[in-house]
Ligand binder design. Structure first.
Ligand code: PGA
Length: 234
């Protein structure tokens, strides 16, 4: 995955063009980010021509909160590569409620003005979410404020030292935003992802299981380890 990204960034740089990368948070992309950092340090991969857009942010967490996705991205990637800070975009966590619609349409506009997302990295949650598109999220959805599914909040409980501390809302790119990306790479590791991965591939596309809607994308790739792939029927 890191090699695929590195090649595309480098090709664009040779043409003096930017590469628009959609980024994810959570445990799944950490190894990818470690490898991108290694490529930057050891092979001179530059992110100077990259424009990034993160999928989502918890609503209510300021950027410097240790649990915010702003902080996750700073710690796990941005502080260790040469991506110019003004080229990295993450939905705001503390936008006043009455300004959220304008913030969300501004996020969509910024993606369009950057030329659209070239490659979107995704993980999948136990609820079947992509980004924080919880069930039901349909293919017309764009960046917006959403309520988090109880499964999502339960899965995050440990890292927040208890479910009561997990935010109840988030701002996320929509299913439509994700489906507009030119290429999508869904990554999943481990046995606890096996059921939801199989369902996302084998059930008909439906807002009730948002990840199934990736089946409508013309250039989507699943990167799975054996455990995560173990429940897909042949
Ligand atoms: P994880 O989360 O990478 O921490 O498993 C994935 C997701 O919820 O999208």
């Amino acid at each position: 995955m890191a090699a695929i990204i590195a090649i595309q960034i480098t090709e664009r740089a040779k043409q003096n063009q930017s590469f628009v990368l959609g980024l994810a948070t959570g445990s799944t992309p950490i190894l990818l980010y470690k490898e991108l950092i290694r490529l930057h340090r050891e092979d001179g991969l530059s992110f100077a021509n990259v424009i990034s857009f993160n999928l989502d942010e918890y609503y209510g967490l300021p950027a410097d909160d240790p649990q915010s996705y702003h902080e996750f991205m700073r710690a796990n990637l941005f502080s260790q590569i040469d991506l110019p800070p003004h080229q990295a975009h993450i939905p705001g966590g503390v936008i006043p409620r009455d300004q959220v619609p304008a913030h969300c349409s501004g996020y969509e506009k910024a993606i369009k003005e950057a030329g659209g997302i070239d490659l979107q990295i995704l993980g999948i949650g136990g609820s079947g979410h992509i980004g924080f598109n919880e069930p039901p999220s349909d293919e017309r959805s764009t960046t917006r404020l959403v309520s988090l599914d109880p499964i999502t909040r339960r899965d995050a409980a440990d890292s927040f030292s208890g479910i009561g501390n997990v935010p109840t809302e988030a701002i996320t790119m929509g299913v439509k935003t994700i489906l507009r990306s030119r290429q999508v790479f869904m990554m999943a590791w481990g046995e606890n992802k096996a059921s939801i991965v199989a369902r996302s591939l084998q059930e008909s596309p439906s807002p009730a299981l948002p990840a199934t809607q990736l089946q409508r994308h013309p250039d989507v790739h699943y990167l799975l380890d054996e455990s995560a792939a173990s429940k897909i029927s042949q």
